[in-house]
Design a protein around this ligand. Structure first.
Ligand code: UDP
Length: 327
């Protein structure tokens, strides 16, 4: 039996944070959430509103007073608060860079004051345009030019990774970095560009499904409910400190095939439209044709592997979106 821990989740009202809160509360831990609701939503935690072991603070992680108080009461901090989503990054690069870099610095400083074990969420974006598949944690990272906005997100998360690992090395703080690969499922919103909630909404509303480029690009989609089991496992391993872990599946699907599957599962008569990248994201946008995680490291440490199939995830997400549309 594991002992009950006090977790602080930054960005805990977000899509992944709220699934992590579900998981940790079910395992008997206490969860405190700090979220400024910029992209997070209170409704993601609505079903937990009266939970005796959950507390919520609506505040930015750059609010030092609140962050300090909550960190002083935590054993473990999982830092998920960040500007995420390719669309948001392209639309508001200044906000993305500042939120990601300063926010993580503030969290690490607070964690150090109280000796909280810290996990920092990073992203498969940091592998950039690498073609050395599957992406291994120790592999070289291949980002595009700084004139291309997309890469500012990867660069900002990389600074977070370097900073976290430096706090471990220089100050002895226990810091683990995890890189999430295309995490999906109920509660994810499409507003910031994520493909699955966008295509599902389009299919349910009878709008055309917007497949960018020629649709042959492939991704491995991991259910958030699987991903949070991995985060929970990492947070309870002393030997995960000072290292980076990929979290994702190796099951690849093309975006075109994904659109067809969504259309079928929604019983939709929507058309599938191919939209040039420039039209979707502006000129000079670079997408990567494939992105697959190496998962040996997390499998070996935590005996973790994903359990939910893409079809199951899509069915659950469609049900969630249908209910939201009818509400
Ligand atoms: N995409 C798409 N239609 C959309 C949104 C995204 O075809 O409406 C594509 C996007 O260009 C990428 C893939 O779907 O090739 C996954 O996009 P997402 O933003 O979900 O994650 P990414 O892998 O880009 O981080």
């Amino acid at each position: 039996m594991t002992t009950s821990l006090r977790y602080l989740l930054t960005g805990g009202a977000g899509f992944i944070g709220s699934h992590l809160a579900d998981r940790l509360l079910a395992a008997g831990h206490s969860v405190s959430v700090i979220d400024d609701l910029s992209t997070g939503r209170l409704e993601n935690l609505a079903h937990l509103r009266d939970h005796p072991r959950l507390s919520f603070a609506r505040a930015s992680i750059q609010n030092e007073t609140v962050l300090d108080r909550l960190s002083s009461q935590a054993d473990v901090i999982v830092h998920l608060a960040a500007a995420v989503g390719v669309q948001l990054v392209v639309d508001d690069p200044v906000y993305t860079i500042q939120a990601n870099v300063h926010g993580t610095e503030d969290v690490l400083k607070a964690a150090l004051r109280y000796g909280c074990r810290t996990l920092i969420a990073s992203t498969s974006e940091v592998y950039g345009k690498s073609t050395e598949l599957p992406f291994e944690e120790e592999a070289d990272l291949v980002l595009g030019a700084s004139s291309k906005q997309r890469w500012s997100y990867a660069a900002s998360k990389l600074v977070d990774e370097f900073l976290g690992l430096a706090y471990q090395r220089q100050h002895g703080l226990s810091v683990t970095v995890f890189r999430l690969f295309n995490t999906v499922g109920p509660r994810q919103v499409g507003r910031y560009g994520m493909v699955i909630p966008r295509l599902i909404r389009q299919a349910l509303r009878g709008e055309r499904l917007t497949v960018y480029g020629d649709g042959t690009q492939q991704r491995c989609f991991c259910d958030a409910r699987d991903a949070v089991r991995a985060i929970e496992a990492l947070s309870q391993r002393d030997d995960a400190a000072g290292r980076v872990y990929n979290i994702g599946t190796q099951h690849e699907v093309s975006i075109r095939a994904l659109a067809e599957l969504i259309k079928e599962l929604c019983a939709s008569r929507s058309e599938i439209a191919l939209i040039p990248y420039e039209e979707a994201y502006g000129p000079g946008f670079e997408d990567m044709p494939r992105r697959v995680p190496a998962t040996e490291r997390i499998e070996a440490l935590c005996a973790w592997s994903p359990e939910l199939s893409l079809e199951q995830t899509l069915r659950d997400t469609i049900e969630y979106e249908r209910a939201a549309l009818e509400a």
